[in-house]
Design a protein around this ligand. Structure first.
Ligand SMILES: NC(=O)c1ccc[n+]([C@@H]2O[C@H](COP(=O)([O-])OP(=O)(O)OC[C@H]3O[C@@H](n4cnc5c(N)ncnc54)[C@H](OP(=O)(O)O)[C@@H]3O)[C@@H](O)[C@H]2O)c1
Length: 288
């Protein structure tokens, strides 16, 4: 029997990789970008899914503007929470499994070690609250959603979008010739989108449900991530470390939001490679 999957938010960094990986594994895939289906429109979601009898629905869509969300919390809530409710209701109606993605920002970053799935959540801003609400909506309407929390996503898809990703931002800044200041006192688990997609599908195919963390293999500060990017790209801009006191942002962010992948690894899914290897893979794909 053929396996059929749907992907919303298919033009995003993760969405692109989900579609690619699913097709590579022989799934029949129906996929929509935001221009094709806005998931905050419940009827658009239902109509799209009515056209294809899928067993699993992936939500690659998200409102990701962490700082802008402080000015427009409603927009963040619609895109990250109420829209997930739309997907959950449609999945319940069709008896399809929902695979949804969330963020390390559901945590406040005060624990000082990599977060495991059972740790208490405490979001620090509008984006983070909206993403946590999205998790709750998925769990409220469905018995067996798979929810994957991830961190600092970078993938080749970021080359084609206006928002891009951290790697592309650093490379652009390097070209400008000005000194680059990046925070050293915030640590996350930057995650390579193609591996996030494949590990998620590995979990799905193992019948896993509930919440899982899939972060990159190396917790790192944004400053050290930038350093690694420049080393890999063989460019030498003037990179300086700064901190959150000097570099103010509209949204408060967790200081140490690295994610532990131990639960994923216990299921037998392959561990994530080091960040150095993942950045190497990114540049290999970027060069093509
Ligand atoms: N990027 C990160 O650093 C990061 C960190 C932690 C967690 N995550 C989570 O990881 C997942 C994947 O993120 P990503 O990096 O792939 O994000 P991305 O590259 O920004 O892609 C998100 C996609 O969703 C689309 N979208 C936004 N609102 C939509 C709506 N209402 N209906 C349909 N599509 C909509 C966007 O379209 P437009 O571009 O047209 O708006 C974009 O194509 C998300 O759940 C995100 O919250 C990401």
């Amino acid at each position: 029997m053929s396996r059929r999957a749907a992907v919303f938010g298919a033009a995003g960094q993760l969405g692109i990789e989900l579609v690619r990986e699913l097709k590579q594994r022989g799934y029949e895939v129906a996929a929509w970008s935001r221009a094709q289906v806005d998931i905050s429109d419940r009827f658009a979601v239902e109509n799209a899914l009515a056209e294809c009898d899928v067993q699993v629905v992936f939500n690659g869509a998200a409102y990701n503007q962490v700082d802008v969300a402080e000015k427009e919390p409603q927009a963040a809530f619609v895109g990250n929470a109420l829209a997930v409710r739309n997907l959950a209701l449609a999945c319940r109606q069709m008896d399809a499994q929902l695979v949804h993605f969330s963020t390390d920002y559901v945590f406040d970053g005060t624990l000082g070690r990599a977060y495991v799935e059972e740790d208490a959540t405490h979001p620090l801003g509008a984006y983070a609250v909206s993403k946590l609400a999205g998790e709750h909506y998925a769990q409220a309407y469905l018995d067996r959603p798979l929810i994957v929390r991830t961190s600092g996503v970078f993938g080749p898809g970021g080359l084609a979008t206006a928002r891009g990703n951290f790697v592309e931002l650093m490379l652009r800044l390097a070209q400008s010739g000005n000194p680059i200041r990046v925070v050293e006192d915030h640590v996350a688990s930057p995650t390579y989108a193609p591996l996030l997609a494949s590990r998620t599908i590995d979990l799905l195919e193992r019948g896993q449900t509930g919440i899982f963390h899939i972060g990159g293999g190396t917790p790192t500060s944004w400053f050290h991530f930038a350093k690694l990017i420049f080393e890999t790209a063989r460019v030498t801009p003037a990179l300086q470390a700064t901190d959150e006191r000097e570099y103010r942002t509209a949204a408060k962010r967790p200081k140490y939001s690295a994610l532990s992948n131990a639960k994923m690894e216990r299921t037998g899914v392959e561990p994530m490679p080091s960040l150095r290897d993942a950045v190497g893979m990114y540049f290999q794909r970027r060069g093509k």
